[in-house]
Design a protein around this ligand. Structure first.
Ligand code: SAH
Length: 466
């Protein structure tokens, strides 16, 4: 986890003793905030200053739990306090208050004195029971306010009613003893409805419809299944919404070497993550072994996600996995992803097709079973000057490939590029005519995965080489 400037916690002070010292307008506002939690609030406001109207109003509104003491605080007032908040003109008094609070075991906040604060008040978006707290750790109040305004617009006032309904319905959903995924389906549908029609009243009719929908899905999903999911070329922002939803409802996720860091952050926290990378050529991770694992896990009734780089249906051996699942009678579905060629084209800002220069687009792999250049490629098609060729797994055999293409008649000056780690922060692009690309790549210390793109379309993109 990245460093946290502060730890957001949500306290539950209802019925508990909170101590507030001070009589400024700011203290009055804190009084309102603290009283809103249902706490027993003890206010110590010395009577040599005028007590803010907001404090007087609170004591009238909640005489049973808001008490105003017209005197300065004393150390013994802090006994049993869950939290202590003070607003003082003088540094000395603030320091004494903080010391007394800590001695009494109460976290303390002295307004506008960060050194005397165990906790800070964030800005709040209040759709209680849905509450959002925002803190910039004092670094950027204006920025924080803008963030708050954004969140306000995302969460209509009516979300309060939806959050209340969720709280009312929770026990009932829990009582059904559904498996996790069915409960999840209920809450996913609930959430989708809240966002689609926030103004709708979440009433008992809606609840019953959602319960019935989840019940039906429970019966359908009693059996496990496998979702082959494309994770895109690297940048997690290129995951599809469906991929994210499947990652969040999976029981187990089998993922490849190509899955970039950050992608698995979207997985359900409880999901089992199994790395089935083949790069190490470990005997435990053959394709047969992966197929068998998929069948076994789905057979246990689990929701299995097979997460693959790019698009699962492009050089991903999805065909073998689908065949094995079909043979075992395991239901399976596919979620497409952004293939590496699309990611690379985006990074180069270059269209892979062009009405004059590239009427055909071909994807090939330059990596045969034995790791060498495949012999059975269609060299004539690859030498076609009106085509764009995208080469997957082509880094190791780039030199041999280029030699074969030239021998097949491709113009040595045909524009080409190598795109490494497309869509990732360290994406690298090397441009050179096809005859010179291998040498230029060798000189530039490239880390894979990388694609090669060959054809006149490459030259029609922006001229700058990154
Ligand atoms: N199913 C994947 C391809 C798997 S084959 C897809 O649709 O993209 C693995 C090859 O894909 C790598 O050797 C490399 O050529 C290419 N590749 C995958 N991710 C890449 C990336 N981020 N940048 C460049 N090439 C990538």
């Amino acid at each position: 986890m990245a460093a946290l400037a502060s730890l957001p916690l949500f306290f539950k002070p209802a019925g508990r003793r909170l101590v507030l010292a001070g009589a400024s307008e700011g203290a009055g506002w804190k009084a309102e905030l603290l009283a809103a939690t249902g706490a027993r609030l003890e206010i110590y406001a010395p009577d040599d200053v005028e007590t803010p109207e907001s404090m007087l109003r609170l004591t009238r509104l909640h005489p049973e739990r808001v008490t105003l003491h017209r005197r300065s605080w004393r150390a013994e007032d802090l006994t049993g306090a869950m939290l202590a908040v003070g607003d003082f003109a003088g540094e000395d008094e603030a320091r004494q208050f903080a010391q007394a609070a800590r001695a009494a075991g109460a976290p303390v906040n002295c307004v506008d004195r960060p050194a005397l604060c165990d906790f800070q008040f964030g800005s709040i978006v209040n759709r209680s029971p849905l509450v959002v707290g925002i803190s910039t750790d004092g670094a950027a109040p204006v920025f924080g306010q803008a963030v708050r305004a954004r969140i306000e617009t995302l969460l209509p006032e009516t979300f309060r009613r939806w959050a209340e309904a969720a709280r009312r319905w929770r026990a009932e959903v829990q009582a059904r003893r559904w498996p996790f995924r069915t409960r999840r389906r209920f809450w996913e549908r609930f959430t989708a409805q809240a966002f689609a029609a926030p103004g709708q009243e979440p009433d008992e009719r809606l609840r019953d419809a959602l319960l019935a929908d989840a019940e039906a899905s429970d019966q359908a999903a009693a059996k496990g299944m496998v979702n082959l999911v494309g994770a895109g070329p690297g940048d997690p922002e290129l995951l599809t919404l469906r991929a994210v939803r499947l990652l969040q409802s999976a029981d187990v996720i089998l993922y490849d070497d190509l899955i970039a860091p950050g992608t698995l952050d979207f997985a359900r926290r409880e999901a089992r993550l199994i790395h089935v990378g083949k790069r190490g050529h470990k005997p435990s991770c053959t394709q047969d072994d992966i197929n068998a694992q998929l069948v076994r896990l789905a057979g246990e009734g689990l929701q299995v996600v097979r997460l693959k780089g790019g698009d699962p249906m492009i050089f991903g051996r999805a065909g073998e996995e689908i065949a094995a699942l079909e043979a075992a009678g395991v239901p399976c579905a596919v979620t497409p992803g952004v293939t590496a060629a699309s990611g690379a084209a985006a990074g180069m800002a270059t269209s892979l097709t062009h009405r004059n220069a590239a009427r055909r687009l071909q994807f090939i792999t330059a990596h045969a079973r034995n790791g060498a250049l495949p012999e059975d490629l269609d060299w004539r098609a690859l030498a076609d000057p009106a085509a764009t060729t995208v080469v997957y797994m082509g880094l190791a055999t780039l030199e041999a490939l280029a030699a074969r293409l030239l021998a097949a008649g491709l113009d040595p000056q045909t524009p080409a590029a190598l795109v490494a780690r497309a869509t990732l922060p360290d994406e690298t692009i090397v441009h050179a005519p096809v005859a010179e690309l291998a040498e230029k790549v060798r000189a530039s210390d490239i880390a894979g995965p990388a694609l090669v793109i060959i054809g006149h379309a490459v030259a029609l993109g922006p001229k700058t080489t990154r």
